[in-house]
Each structure stands twice: as C-alpha cells, then as structure tokens.
Design a protein around this ligand. Structure first.
Ligand SMILES: [Zn+2]
Length: 214
C-alpha cells in the first residue's frame, strides 16, 4: 500500500509541475542522443511486482520498544518509482522506531546524494540530501492520512510499505530551482536550449536566459 499525507502530496505535485516543461525538453534532446533509456525501460517491464519488498516494514509483528531499520534509496529505487527527475541516487535512510501504547513513532533520517538534471543545461548535478522526518503510525478502522505527521492504517495491514513516503521525503529536499555553480554548466547544451526556448513564449520561461545567481 502506498501512502503519503495530503499536504506532502500537494507539495510533491507542485515540485513536479515545475519540471514538466524541462522533462519535455529532456525527451526532445534525448532523441538527439544515443538511446540509453531502452535498457532501463526493458528492465522495468521484467521486474517482479515485489520490487519494493525491502521497503516494507513488518509493523504488526514488531514488539514494544525501540527498533532500528536501514534502507537504501539507490538509482534503481527511483527508476522503479518511475521518477525521471532523479538520474542517480545513493541515499541512506535510518529509521528509529518506537512502539509504545499501540502507536509506532517513526523518526527517519535521510543522508546522501542524488543526481538531478540542472535546470539550466540539463546535465546531471549533485544534490546533497540531509533531512529528517517524523511520523506516528496507528491502527484504526480505516486508512486515514489527513493529519500531517499521523497515519492511520487498517487493522488488516500487517505490513507498511514505506517506498512512497521515502520517495517523497527525498524529492521534497530538491529546491524548486537547482543549477550548477556559475561557470560549470554545459555551454553547448545551454545555448541549444536557449535557441529552443526562443521559439516559445518568453514570459513563460526566464530560467534559461537569466544570469546565474548561484
Ligand atoms: Zn548546468
């Protein structure tokens, strides 16, 4: 079962919406490059349904007290999540979970780095991830994620799939605008994209023509 709270879902949607235009450009540009994505696409088609198995928490069988869990968000994880905005990843997740009074108090720490396309030249750039997230999980009559920081899951769910939560937590660390440090962009690609954008409504796009502000 995938879940994420309403507020976080809206934030992820906003972050993703800002990138739709560049995703279209990436597709156009990739037509001019060797077809590297074909291998990945074939792999996804052949993957078993349980590709997120290692992100499942055996919640119902956890004894009272504290337990520690580790997960890795690697490049394959983001490919399986079908997120084209993450080109590569090596993020370590540590979960400290305290089970008491019929509740599971989860404290997630995410550290590592992701490779994401630069907004200006689309070449990969390093994005450092260092964030924490708290979530209380309780059993109840029905699924409810309407309260920030609290998740109610049905009594029938023995396990909790953390893949969507971990994906969103990592993706929300990406700033709306992310570019290489000044002078480090792929100049040829920047100019190609500027030409491409010259044919579009200039009001709609200023990020390729504006001077770098770091
Ligand atoms: Zn760049």
């Amino acid at each position: 079962m995938h879940f994420f709270s309403t507020g976080r879902a809206a934030k992820v949607a906003r972050v993703c919406a800002g990138r739709v235009r560049n995703s279209v450009i990436i597709k156009c540009v990739s037509l001019m490059l060797p077809v590297r994505g074909v291998g990945f696409a074939l792999c996804i088609g052949l993957l078993p349904v349980s590709k997120f198995k290692q992100y499942r928490l055996m919640l119902a069988s956890l004894p009272e007290g504290v337990s520690e869990h580790d997960f890795t968000l690697d490049s394959e994880f983001f490919r399986n999540m079908e997120n084209p905005d993450v080109l590569g990843s090596d993020v370590q997740v540590h979960l400290r979970l305290e089970h008491k009074n019929d509740a599971y108090y989860c404290h997630f720490t995410l550290r590592g780095s992701m490779q994401i396309p630069c907004d200006r030249c689309l070449d990969p750039m390093e994005h450092e991830v260092d964030t924490e997230y708290d979530l209380a999980v309780k059993y109840g009559p029905e699924y409810d994620d309407s309260t920030d920081g609290l998740l109610i899951i049905p009594d029938t769910e023995a396990t909790l799939d953390l893949s969507q939560l971990l994906h969103d937590t990592a993706v929300l660390t990406i700033p709306m605008r992310h570019v290489h440090p000044q002078g480090e962009c792929n100049l040829a690609m920047t100019e190609l994209l500027r030409d491409h954008h010259a044919g579009e409504d200039a009001d709609e796009d200023d990020e390729l023509s504006e001077p770098d502000q770091g």
